[in-house]
Ligand binder design. Structure first.
Ligand SMILES: Cc1cc2nc3c(=O)[nH]c(=O)nc-3n(C[C@H](O)[C@H](O)[C@H](O)COP(=O)(O)OP(=O)(O)OC[C@H]3O[C@@H](n4cnc5c(N)ncnc54)[C@H](O)[C@@H]3O)c2cc1C
Length: 346
């Protein structure tokens, strides 16, 4: 039986950065990351990976600013990391843009109704996650192909039942399962958080971006056209409204006729010149909170267990801040396993 101080379940971008943060704060502690698949293969693999320097609430703007700074420091002097700076134009009303974008984005009027902002970047999220896990190995135990099938909240230790038949015991636990909110091991533990899972659809536009092409963000429609310079095509993301989906079912389904039709209908109203070049894309799902803000909090059933996720389609761009808040919660003292933590992030 493996014994660690902290187990992180889920090896997507959020689990990865949480493990990294925990070890950066206290290098000697024993951290294990468990993923039933390969790391970086859930929502992180399908992500468009766009960072907008914005947030609908003060908390999310703070998280966006923190994360932007984190990624800037991470990539400084490291061109091998797959994070790419990109120019960004926002189509929207002045008041809405000024309210939601960070002051550091310095919105500047380009043409009537179009604002240039600073600080946009996009990543190959799976590639980034994989590289960061390479750096973590040795300092952390990384178990891939290892599903967590059961959680036993014992008085002294938490025991995880693994798909391989073994067990792992830990003092504390971070659950970062992406859209697998309803996995049998934690479905009941997470029920009070009222997280929902929504389909996310993006079309691939078969047009090669020019070297200076910029992201076009449609503020009111919550959609964007992203020039994926590294992949040689554009991507159109819009807000799909299909709720209550199952990640295991979607993983193998691909884009449906309906997905394509719905996305094209939106694209034709926003940028019709791109619509004739779409026939493929990516479809998966993400976890959404009731407030529009990520959830990083100890579970009501046991404060030794911290949930980190439900980032509402922004799990890449907010992952560094989510990881820092999860590490804060792991590190706060709490009197007993049944006691209440002194701080919480709702
Ligand atoms: C098409 C698409 C486009 C997107 N575009 C953007 C964007 O432009 N910008 C942005 O910021 N965000 C975007 N997102 C959202 C972002 O990708 C997600 O919020 C983020 O990847 C979530 O990361 P995560 O680590 O929480 O989850 P995941 O990456 O899903 O990782 C969770 C991991 O948990 C593992 N797991 C599940 N069950 C178990 C179990 N029982 N035992 C062990 N392991 C388990 C899974 O195998 C998985 O690897 C997009 C998402 C999609 C689908």
């Amino acid at each position: 039986m493996t014994e660690v101080d902290i187990a992180v379940v889920g090896g997507g971008i959020i689990g990865c950065l949480t493990a990294r943060e925990l070890l950066a704060r206290r290098p000697g502690r024993r951290v294990a990351v468990l993923d039933r698949d390969s790391v970086g293969s859930g929502a992180s693999r399908r992500s468009a990976g766009l960072h907008f320097p914005r947030g609908a609430t003060g908390r999310v703007r703070g998280m966006a600013a923190y994360s932007q700074q984190y990624y800037a420091e991470l990539t400084s002097g490291r061109p091998e990391l797959p994070i790419h700076q990109v120019g960004m134009d926002v189509v929207g009303a002045e008041q809405a843009v000024r309210q939601s974008y960070l002051a550091s984005a310095r919105p500047t009027k380009a043409t009537p109704g179009v604002w240039q902002v600073e600080g946009g970047q996009y990543a190959d999220v799976a590639g980034l996650t994989g590289r960061l896990f390479t750096e973590l190995r040795g300092a952390a135990v990384v178990h891939e192909g290892t599903g967590v099938d059961a959680i036993d909240l014992g008085a002294d230790r938490i025991t995880l039942g693994l798909s391989s038949g073994g067990e792992l015991t830990t003092g504390q636990l971070v659950l970062a399962p992406g859209p697998w909110i309803a996995a049998p091991a934690w479905r009941e533990l997470l029920a009070p958080l009222e997280v929902r899972v929504k389909k996310v659809v993006a079309l691939h536009v078969d047009l090669v971006p020019g070297p200076t092409d910029r992201v076009i963000v449609f503020q009111a429609e919550d959609a964007f056209l992203l020039p994926l310079h590294d992949r040689g095509h554009w991507l159109f993301s819009y807000t799909c409204q299909e709720w209550g989906v199952d990640p295991d079912a979607l993983g193998g389904e691909g884009l449906s006729d309906q997905d394509l039709g719905d996305a094209l209908a939106v694209l034709r109203t926003l940028a019709p010149e791109y619509a004739a070049h779409c026939g493929s894309g990516r479809v998966f799902c993400d976890a959404y909170s009731g407030t529009g803000e990520p959830i990083v909090r100890p579970l009501p059933a046991d404060p030794r267990v911290v949930f980190a996720g439900a980032a509402n389609g922004s799990g890449y761009r907010l992952a560094p801040a989510i990881a820092a808040q999860a590490a804060d919660l792991i590190d706060i003292p709490f009197p007993t396993a049944a006691g209440s933590p002194t701080r919480s992030h709702a």
